[in-house]
Each structure stands twice: as C-alpha cells, then as structure tokens.
Design a protein around this ligand. Structure first.
Ligand code: MV4
Length: 463
C-alpha cells in the first residue's frame, strides 16, 4: 500500500551505465550488482589502485587522481568529468568518501545524473543530528530522552534541561555522528566546561557550533534496522543487526538478527522506521541506528548510505540490497511488500583488516599467499588476491567473511571453521583477534554491549 509522500517523485531518469565512485571490496560488490542488472560500469581509481582487477572487469576504467584520496576518490570535479567522458548516467558512491555528502548528491543531480542514494535534502536532514532526531520524533520513532532542538546559550536554561533529563547526560555536536564530537557529563558541576569544550571542537571539526543534549545510556547494545524505499511511497524494513562488537567506533563483528530480541519488541520499532521513511520521502536504502538497553530502543542516528555490514541482512533476508538500491534509484516500484520479507536463520560477518592485532596499526605490503574459505553458507566479499599490494593510503578493510546457518550456534561454528581455513600471508591482519572472539563464552551467549570488546582487549593485554 503506497504511503503519503511530502515530496513529488522526481521524473524517471533512465541510466544504462553506473560510475562507481569508490574502491576496494565495495567497488567489486557494486560492480557485480550492476552487471547482474544488465548495467554497464565505470570503475575509477587513484594512482595507488591502478592494478585493481575490478578495473579490468569494468566496461571503462579511469584514473582520476593521485593516491591521496582528497585528490581522487573525494575529487568531485574529477568524478563528474569521468562520468561525462564515459557516458555514465548514474553515480554509486558506496560507503565512506562522498556517500553522505549532500552537496555532492546535489551536484550529481544538477549535472543531470542520478545519485544512487536518497535525494540531497534527505542526506542533509539526517546529516544534522538534531533535524534527524526531530524528524524521527515526529514519526513516532523512539528516541533517547532529551530535546530535539539545539542547546540554548542561556546557562540556567541548560542546567534546567540537564536536571530534567537526569545525570549522566551526553553533549553531542549536531554535525557529528559515528562517535565524533561528543562528551559525557556525570554531574552538574562539570556541565558548562563540557559544553564549552564540545562546542569549540564542533566549530573546528564540523564548521557548526550547534550542540544537543541527551540522557547518557551506560551499557547499551548497538542495534540497527535496515530499510529499503522506492520513490512511490513504499517502504519495508529488512530486519535488524547487532553491531555492538566494536573498538573506537570501528565495528569488527556484526550479526543478523540481533540475538535475544523478541519480535513483539522490535516489530513496532521497524514499523515506525518505515513510517518515518514515508514521512520524509526517503529513497533507496537506509539504516536506523538504535541503542538498546533494558528492553527499550532509542534512536541515535540514521545512515543514508549502503553499509559495510549489509551482507548479513542479505543472507537472512535472501534479498540483494545493492540491486534493490539501484532499482530504487531507477524509479522502479519495490518488488516486495512487508509480508514478503521473511528473515531466516542467522548470519555473522567478520571484518578482516590489514592491521597489527596487538596495536591496531595499519599494515601495508604484498599479500604473499592467500587461502579463502568457501562452501555452503560461506561468502567472502573482497578485492584482494595473492600478489595484491595493500597500500597505506586507505582504510585497512581488506575483506569481509560472512556466514549463514539455521541457528546462531550453527552460524558461530561455521564462522570458526571458515576462519580456521583462512590464510593471509605477507601482511599482518586481525584474523587472530576475530578467531579468539569466536571462542569467547559471553559472546557465544549473545551477552555483549558496546563496551564489551574494549574491556575484553584490556583484560587480554593485562594477562
Ligand atoms: C550515545 C551513547 C550513550 N548514550 N548516546 C557513539 C557513536 C554515535 N553513533 C553515538 N554514540 C553513542 N551515543 C547516548 N545518549 C553511547 C554511544 C557510544 C556508542 C554507540 C554505538 C556503538 C558504539 C559506541 C561506543 C561508545 C559510545
């Protein structure tokens, strides 16, 4: 049933060629989805990525700048020029880089191309964490206690708001997100200094001093809901993921579904997310991030991009999220209703990083030998091969190991087996770390929160 739309759908813009404005494993993943849809692809690279094999399997391959990402993968003019030269009708931004940049999305649309993502105004609304919270509260999505407006300047007014919420509180920058620009305040005596420090950081880092305040949740889990929307007012949610296993806001292991959450508890939250998408005229794929504590959900942020961990949801839902995202950008109506979305079994993803497992420093060099696992319910998303040179210029993610099995216990066993068969020689990786995690008993019981991994690493180091 189509919902109401505040925005009129844009005119259909057909495209037969997609420029992939990214690199590494996600460039491979997007290229596969495009080719499966019968679309031609344009791969772009920096000088460091000239040898990338996905360049040879694309229909066109262009070098757009030097190794420094600011001059290549983040170079908007170079990307738009590459699209024009190759006849691309759409740009897929992947994740990171320009994927959540509203100005870039606008420039793409103004150049007469399709940005494969939501429209620029949705990106801008969700990029400002205060306007995102306001939109969610208006749609009935449960949020963390605290106002959906910027902190006032009047010190006495701020003190009253903090007291009403109750300490501890957290001060966050409206332009922040993903763990940047936030500060916990334990007691009233420290409130004003925390605000002053966070405001200055926000001004420097995000160019805006705007802040907001929330109740600080002490031991939550990080649970997210994946949505998929078309431009005709249809939206569905594709279940949930637990992404609590993280260090310094970098996720290490993700799973779907989040363990131990009853359908009656998450169901209404999923419906509220879908309702919010209809209200803001959201298009394509999106992720609602929640904190989950003591049986309740609290919205924190919405990501308007395809996420690294989308495969665990693909495994449980049986849907191809990247293909669906591209079809939504083509203006096609959703091919399924909520009743058609049936999530089955359990999926885990391990992020494999080229980094020292003890000090987490990135590790560059040539992969001397490589053995990757395969088999039923085993998936590897990667761009690497034996002889591949891991460059020091970019994120250390070199691949993702994904498994799917009927139950969580079976999926854990399958991941242990897949990890034991994996060999990556010549560079340091975090394989030993994720192998140890899959032997951990509390993780086995699904009893972890957002602080678990950092505490686990501390204890491990102390031994
Ligand atoms: C919070 C919080 C506790 N209470 N907000 C960190 C990343 C950004 N997305 C929001 N974050 C948090 N917001 C309230 N009101 C704790 C965190 C947080 C966190 C959240 C998700 C995953 C990992 C985290 C690690 C530290 C802190």
């Amino acid at each position: 049933m189509p919902g109401s739309l505040d925005k009129a759908p844009p005119p259909y813009k057909r495209f037969d060629t997609v420029l992939i404005a990214n690199r590494g494993e996600i460039a491979v993943r997007i290229q596969r989805a495009c080719h499966e849809l019968g679309l031609k692809t344009v791969a772009v690279c920096s000088e460091a990525d000239r040898e990338a094999p996905y360049g040879r399997t694309a229909d066109s391959f262009l070098c757009i700048g030097p190794s420094n990402a600011a001059k290549s993968y983040l170079n908007r003019d170079a990307l738009l020029l590459a699209a024009r030269l190759t006849g691309a009708g759409a740009i897929h931004p992947g994740y990171g880089f320009l994927s959540e940049n509203a100005d870039f999305a606008k420039a793409v649309e103004e150049a007469g191309l399709v940005f494969i993502g939501p429209d620029a105004s949705s990106i801008a609304t969700m990029g400002d964490k205060i306007s995102a919270k306001r939109a969610m509260m208006a749609a009935g999505v449960p949020c963390v206690p605290g106002p959906d407006t910027a902190l006032p300047d009047d010190p006495a007014a701020v003190e009253r708001i903090a007291l009403e919420i109750g300490y501890p509180v957290i001060i966050k920058a409206a332009g922040g997100g993903g763990g940047r620009g936030m500060r916990v305040v334990q007691e009233a005596a420290r409130l004003h200094e925390a605000i002053a420090l966070t405001r200055e950081e926000a001004r420097q880092a995000f160019g805006s001093p705007s802040l907001y305040i929330e109740k600080f949740l002490q031991h939550p889990r990080h649970i997210e809901i994946q949505v998929l929307c078309d431009i005709h007012g249809n939206a569905v949610w594709l279940g949930h993921r637990d992404c609590s296993m993280q260090r310094r806001h970098q996720k290490v292991v993700e799973e779907a579904p989040a363990p131990g959450i009853a359908p009656e508890v998450i169901g209404p939250v999923g419906l509220a997310c879908v309702q919010a998408c209809r209200q803001v005229g959201y298009r394509g794929v999106g992720t609602f991030e929640f904190l989950y504590e003591d049986g309740a959900f609290y919205f924190i942020e919405m990501n308007t991009r395809l996420q690294v961990e989308h495969p665990v949801t693909e495994m449980t839902s049986g849907l191809d999220i990247v293909q669906s995202q591209i079809k939504a950008a083509q203006g096609n109506p959703l091919e399924m209703s909520q009743a058609d979305v049936q999530c089955e079994g359990h999926s885990f993803e391990c992020r494999i990083n080229a980094e020292d497992p003890d000090n987490f420093l990135p590790s560059a060099g040539v992969i001397s030998d490589l053995v990757l696992p395969e088999g039923d319910g085993v998936r590897v998303d990667t761009h690497i091969h034996a002889g591949y040179k891991v460059s020091p210029y970019y994120d250390s993610l070199i691949g993702k190991l994904i498994v799917h099995a009927p139950t969580r216990a079976e999926a854990m066993t399958k991941m242990r087996e897949a990890l034991s068969r994996t060999r990556i020689g010549g560079i340091a990786t975090n394989l030993s770390l994720v192998r140890a995690l899959f032997e951990d008993e509390a993780f086995g019981r699904g009893e972890t929160d957002i602080h678990y991994l950092e505490q686990w690493l501390k204890q491990r180091g102390a031994q």
